[in-house]
Design a protein around this ligand. Structure first.
Ligand code: TXA
Ligand code: MG
Length: 317
């Protein structure tokens, strides 16, 4: 398949409206989209990514007002969150409209909905006839794509079109809050932090990490994620000061890189660390790095999301 590269949101939306697959930029990470009413296109997403079929997709809407097309009920907690954080890097889990394909929800009674903040993304979505289901635009299990080059690397020849935008400003996937039950629960950390959510919804719970054998609230929690080919190791920079650094290794963090690494990236702040992580993982794979040392970020703001991603990337495979 020839993958068209375009900067035109209208042209990209045309492919969605014809039942095609289109990768598009958002402020979190790039998404791989399909029309939610096209069963063939939805099936195509799972094929192109190699994604397990029991992992549901997030539905993207062009404006908060369209939420009723996807969700059957908008709970008061969800209303509050939407008022403050939509459009933006937040996904809400809500009771689904009955007509939504089981391919989107993986047969669940709920659906994930997000209204991205990026202007180009919303223009693209507003040219699509129906809301757009989209997981991150990467091969399943790999780091998410935060620029169109990464999308090309993973999906060139497997999808119809890539909408070229700037690199994703945040660089980590959206925060997910389950509002389908009486106590709202944070399912995935993101740029909208737990502290910020607590200010608005003091009753919010943070979901515990997935225990193997138990049914996870978010199916994505049970799959390996965000992993480069290189091994990922979490460190405190001070701990490596005296130890010898093994050959062919890389370092990313906010502290000054200890001596001896082949490739290093010292980030001036947490936002830059979050924004650069997945691109750095991909560069390391390209350069044949065997181990990536990631400095543990502070557990505040987006640091929690960053910590979650590097911990998941470091899980034994
Ligand atoms: O920032 C983002 O959220 C990006 C951009 C493209 O919007 N999308 C993204 O999609 O990260 P994906 O598929 O890589 O991650 C979606 C996560 C998965 O862990 C999935 O299990 C969970 O959302 N999810 C989707 N629908 C759900 C539902 N109804 N109930 C629980 N979890 C759900
Ligand atoms: Mg993903």
């Amino acid at each position: 398949m020839n993958t068209v590269l375009t900067s035109s949101p209208q042209e990209a939306a045309g492919y969605i409206n014809q039942g095609g697959l289109v990768a598009f930029p958002t402020e979190t990470v790039y998404g791989l989209g399909a029309d939610i009413t096209s069963e063939d296109a939805l099936t195509g997403i799972f094929k192109a990514k190699g994604r397990p079929s029991d992992n549901p997709l997030i539905v993207h809407i062009s404006s908060p007002a369209r939420i009723g097309e996807v969700a059957a009920t908008v709970t008061p907690e969800a209303e509050t969150l939407m008022e403050i954080f939509f459009p933006g890097p937040l996904t809400l889990i809500l009771p689904r409209q009955p007509w939504i394909s089981d391919l989107v929800t993986a047969g669940r009674s709920t659906v994930g909905v997000r209204c991205p903040g990026n202007a180009l993304t919303r223009e693209f979505l507003s040219c699509c006839t129906h809301p757009v289901a989209a997981p991150s635009a990467n091969i399943s299990g790999r780091p998410s794509s935060t620029d169109w080059h990464a999308v090309q690397h993973d999906l060139q020849g497997k999808i119809d079109c890539i909408l070229k935008g700037s690199s994703s400003a945040i660089g980590l996937e959206s925060t997910i809050v389950d509002c389908s039950s009486p106590v709202p629960t944070l399912l995935r950390q993101g740029a909208v932090s737990l502290e910020t959510l607590r200010d608005v919804l003091p009753s919010i719970q943070a979901s515990t990490r997935h225990t193997p054998g138990k049914t996870p609230r978010s199916p994505g929690q049970k799959y390996p994620h965000y992993a480069p080919r290189a091994q990922v190791v979490l460190i405190d920079t001070d701990a490596t000061k005296t130890a010898a650094v093994p050959e062919n290794t890389a370092y990313i963090g906010m502290g000054k890189a200890p001596e001896g690494f082949r490739k290093t990236l010292q980030c001036p702040d947490l936002d830059t660390y979050a924004h650069s992580l997945f691109r750095f993982f991909r560069e390391c794979d390209h350069e044949g790095i065997s181990t990536i040392y990631c400095q543990r970020p502070p557990s505040s703001g987006i640091g929690r999301a960053l910590h979650d991603r590097i911990e998941r990337a470091a899980e034994p495979r």
